[in-house]
Design a protein around this ligand. Structure first.
Ligand SMILES: C[S@@+](CC[C@H](N)C(=O)[O-])C[C@H]1O[C@@H](n2cnc3c(N)ncnc32)[C@H](O)[C@@H]1O
Length: 210
């Protein structure tokens, strides 16, 4: 998806909310391999993640780390790192990979993301990866175990995740299981890793004014 955003859609700035612990093949590495000037802001609310990321990226001139919480979108939009390094007059790529299922229904995820979407310039893209409620009693126990392991997690149905793209236009192939989103040759499929059925992904474009 990062390759699509930077390589095909021409996006040159990414805000990765819930960026997680830096590992191999990070978002900024993939993006900057395609276009070295791509600016990336990683934002997370975990102090350990922030500390590691800041240490790793200390000498990086195009990648920055911000302390923020998706449950406080207005604060994200005022954050000095976010404002200094991203141009909010130019299209952005907003990545929310593996984070929205930590936002419970009572925290109103649609309203939270809506605040961010309203601030995005037209032509921006939003990427969501979300745990999928397969509405299948056969996997309910597995979902319960995952929920327990993750501490807090809200599986959502395909329709509920679609609602989190409200006001945006999904690009092909829409909201699909992870291995089905424009797979490279040799990408493992659901048959190789059945757990891949438990999350879906989509990328959408903001084409209209807020
Ligand atoms: C499962 S990890 C995903 C990491 C990375 N995006 C990936 O896909 O590999 C979720 C990350 O979201 C962060 N997170 C959870 N709730 C958050 C919130 N409300 N605001 C900001 N970050 C949050 C966690 O600290 C964690 O680093």
């Amino acid at each position: 998806m990062v390759r699509y955003l930077v390589g095909e859609a021409g996006i040159r700035q990414l805000l990765d909310i819930g960026s997680g612990l830096p590992t191999a093949e990070n978002v900024h590495e993939i993006a900057q391999q395609i276009e070295s000037a791509t600016r990336v802001v990683y934002l997370d609310n975990d102090p350990v993640v922030l500390l590691h990321a800041a240490a790793l990226l200390a000498n990086d001139k195009a990648t920055f780390v911000a302390d923020g919480d998706l449950r406080e979108p207005a604060r994200i939009l005022r954050d000095p790192v976010v404002l200094d390094h991203l141009d909010w007059d130019e299209p952005l790529g907003l990545l929310m990979c593996g984070i929205l299922h930590y936002i419970l229904d009572e925290e109103n995820p649609a309203e939270l993301v809506g605040t961010l979407y309203r601030a995005l310039p037209r032509g921006s893209y939003v990427m969501i990866h979300h745990l999928l409620d397969m509405e299948d009693p056969a996997v309910a126990t597995l979902q319960d175990q995952m929920r327990g392991g993750l501490g807090r997690a809200q599986f959502r149905t395909h329709a509920q995740i679609m609602d989190l793209f409200d006001g945006l236009e999904l690009v092909e192939p829409g909201l699909v299981l992870v291995p089905d989103w424009r797979p490279d040759p040799g990408t493992p499929g659901v048959r190789d890793h059945p757990v891949l059925q438990m999350a879906c992904v989509g990328v959408a474009r903001k084409t209209r004014k807020p």
